[in-house]
Design a protein around this ligand. Sequence first.
Ligand SMILES: Nc1ncnc2c1ncn2[C@@H]1O[C@H](COP(=O)(O)OP(=O)(O)OP(=O)(O)O)[C@@H](O)[C@H]1O
Length: 266
Amino acid sequence: MREATKANLTARDITFSRGERRILDGVGLSISQGETVALLGPNGAGKSTLFRILLGLMKPDGGCIALNESDIANLGRRELARQIAYVPQGHVTPFPYLVADVILLGRLPHNGIFVEPNAKDRRVAHDVAAQLGLTPLLSRPYTEISGGERQLVLLARAIAQEAQFLVLDEPLTGLDFGFQIRVLRLLRHLADDGRGILFSTHHPEHALQIANRAAVLKDARVIADAPARSVITTEMIEKLYGVTLPAPIDWPLCLRDEQIVAELQR
Ligand SMILES: Nc1ncnc2c1ncn2[C@@H]1O[C@H](COP(=O)(O)OP(=O)(O)OP(=O)(O)O)[C@@H](O)[C@H]1O
């Protein structure tokens, strides 16, 4: 596919303050279809804030978000939801919807709120649930499953949305090791299939495992945005998290974990 024809989602020169505090200061970040970008940054760096701005859920003080060169401020919510799916951090709903119905909510942008899900909606939701091992939970209330299971359901809802872009705020939080691998594998497949995936993580090894690029947010600015293997170095981790590591980390070791690589390549 020629570069010029690729869909893209771009944050341009975003500034955002809360009270006196500048959270984002001239932040730029772009993601194209088929690309997986990991966003790293310490707690409170502004990753979730940037994601909410990218989704049009919060207005920046300056700058704009462009979807295929169109300012998202000019797009309706439903149109936007057909193009960008979002998994927020630590989302909890008090309503005891069945797991199957929560996943089907991902189909709303395609049909509207007052239309019964059709056969395609049910098939997509069913297939995504199966891919994430959620089939046994489909008839359980969402409020009566574990935190990790809820996280998988939210991922399933976002994937069932069949949007061009997936924006995932710490999508692997609370998942056991096996599900982390399965979800990483699924994200890799979705990107290979042409989706653009932006995810935040506190685990540099997850970025190394699936991201084409890693961007780093610190002190309100993007201080690095390049291929993950060149960004995630011992020096960067020490600078980013303010720790001194007892010895240089052999980051490529993460990549040589044959079991993980084999799983990811299946
Ligand atoms: N509702 C709010 N009201 C006021 N300040 C907020 C609110 N939500 C977040 N903040 C502040 O905005 C800053 C950025 O928060 P944000 O949640 O975007 O960071 P983050 O990088 O996603 O952090 P984490 O890795 O801990 O999830 C933080 O200083 C946070 O305390």
